[in-house]
Design a protein around this ligand. Structure first.
Ligand code: MG
Length: 270
């Protein structure tokens, strides 16, 4: 997301505790939607599963109403398939075997946000595609590991990018992670590539959504005619993983977890 300049807000221990609740719900949503992914289900059905769970749990889907070139967003999740990287809109399209399906979910509980994404493989996929999905996830955890007081945003970006460079993956430039808290998108922007400067220094109380987006081809993307869907310009496949974290004095804590082992994309669906 490209953001207007705003200040970074630091969260208190109590506020981080509130964000843990939203984060746990988002992890539950991704578990539930991941379990439902199988050939034949429509992306709108996946969205309904997510919205129902969020509302039944006392949350509000944070994506609904987000303004964009295609008008306000109307769904609870984004479902981005194959060459779509992020912001795919749920609809009548049916999931097919062999697809690469990224699910991005956000929820608000009592005013505090959680935001996370996982990429699922629907059944078998070539080794190259499995590796892309697994390594994009590994880069997320490399970025999280670098999210410590005293480091900078640039250290997170460099850690994420290093994994892409090992494999020659394309790294999106215009989209990346962001601050998060009482708003879904706050300062600072968290690029997935190393820039010129070191970037802002990390402090306890900063909460960030770190979200690597890698492609098997180049870094360039196009926004489709629907005004939302971001797809690779060269048609190459893409993967996207995201967690919301809090930077605590002792180091990073992942908030978008629920105590269950995160299901690996490779097992999804069939
Ligand atoms: Mg995000």
């Amino acid at each position: 997301m490209i953001l207007p300049e705003r200040r970074v807000t630091l969260k208190s221990r109590h506020q981080v505790e509130q964000m843990r609740r939203a984060g746990r719900l988002v992890a539950d949503v991704l578990d539930r939607v991941g379990d439902a992914i199988q050939p034949g289900i429509t992306t709108l059905e996946l969205d309904r599963i997510a919205e129902e769970l969020i509302r039944r749990s006392g949350g509000i889907p944070s994506f609904i109403g987000v303004p964009g070139a295609g008008g306000p967003y109307r769904h609870s999740i984004c479902v981005s398939i194959d060459d779509e990287v992020v912001h795919g809109i749920p609809g009548r399209r049916r999931i097919e075997a062999g697809q690469v399906v990224s699910i991005d979910a956000g929820a608000i509980i009592e005013g505090w946000h959680g935001d996370a994404a996982r990429t699922f493989l629907v059944g078998d996929a070539p080794d190259e595609v499995r590796l892309l999905v697994a390594e994009t996830r590994r880069s997320l955890f490399a970025g999280i590991e670098a999210a410590r007081p005293g480091n900078t945003i640039g250290d997170i970006s460099a850690a994420v990018e290093a994994v892409a460079l090992e494999h020659g993956y394309g790294v999106l430039r215009e989209y990346g992670g962001h601050g998060i808290g009482s708003e879904m998108h706050e300062e600072p922007f968290v690029p997935n590539y190393r820039g010129n400067g070191r970037g802002r220094r990390l402090e306890p109380g900063m909460c960030l959504a770190i979200e690597p987006m890698f492609t098997l081809g180049g870094p360039d993307v196009r926004v489709r005619a629907d005004g939302w869907t971001v797809a690779t310009a060269d048609g190459s496949l893409a993967a996207h993983w995201e967690h919301t974290i809090a930077i605590l004095p002792e180091g990073p804590e992942v908030l978008t977890v629920n105590g269950r082992e995160e299901r690996l994309s490779l097992e999804a669906g069939v």
